[in-house]
Ligand binder design. Sequence first.
Ligand code: PLP
Length: 362
Amino acid sequence: MSRTTVATIHLGALRHNLDRIKRMAAPAKVMAVVKADAYGHGLERVARALDGAADAFAVAAQGDGLRLRAAGHRQRIVVLSGPDRASDIPEMQRLQLDAAIHHESQLPWLAEASPTRGPLRVWLKVDSGMHRLGFAPDRVAEIHGQLSRMPGIDPEVGLLTHFSESEEFDGSETAAQIARFNEATEGLSGPRALSNSAGVLGWPDAKGDWVRTGGLLYGLSVVSGKTGADFGFRPAMTLSTRLIAINRVARGERIGYNGTWTCPEDMCVGVAAVGYGDGYPRSAAAGTPVLVGDRRVPIIGRVSMDLVTLDLRNAPDAQVGDRVLLWGPELPVEHIAAQAGTISYDLTCGMTRRVLFVEDES
Ligand SMILES: *Cc1c(COP(=O)(O)O)cnc(C)c1O
């Protein structure tokens, strides 16, 4: 069966966004975060579009570092979750990947790192309050000293931390995290990297020497009520499909699984070829908008695996075969995410293999 759901990746938007991040973050350098298949946009595709412009790439797992090296990228690549086992160390040295060191259990593997394979570059992760990965602030100086003396480790040890709610620009937690990080790392040598995307937008004091931006690269915002476009970024993904049926349904009839939506009058119901099997969120509530041509129309009833149903009363000229836009520059994915009770990253990361990916230069 041929599928009609298409994710168009806008390479020009990716380049514009990185450029804008670089200007906002300067003089700090930029790690382009391309974990989770570049937030669903395609790792190799995004890395190719940004090659040369990004100071470094950041990935969650070593396997993504391997993919980037296999694609010929030569810049720094930081593995944010570090090595998972002793045998990762020689592989990271071979691939020249930077390792994030966040836990006691990784230290013996590092102590064994071979000095002849080329020094492994490491970043020491400080837990400044998120309580996910990282060393407690009072351990940082000691671990930094240990790492910088290990024979297989590059003595310039970087310092990382991660914010838990930097999108809350009025909150106090990020300022507290910055203060804890600064105190824990005071007097230690090595580059600092604190900010994620929301940190770049809202916390200019936390620029450090490097920023680690994912969301903004793809034009995505996690700031409540704001889209990436509100900050001058351009969405890098358009998700679209086609109308495959238009049916006349009588007043009082119920639409879709469990009949959760009842027609208030005789009306046209459109059926578009997209569903949660493509990554469109099943949790998108009735009323979530799509664009049919230039008409904004709401989803009615439940999102099913392959299909959604649409109230076409606002699009009387709609025809079978018309393009249906699910999100993109004209319909912010942040708004769709809000309707589905989640964030934009979750939606773009959720594209399944059934979706056809194409690229354009816009
Ligand atoms: C994912 C991630 C980032 C990027 O966060 P964005 O909000 O997408 O900019 C930065 N740092 C770490 C450690 C991460 O895991």
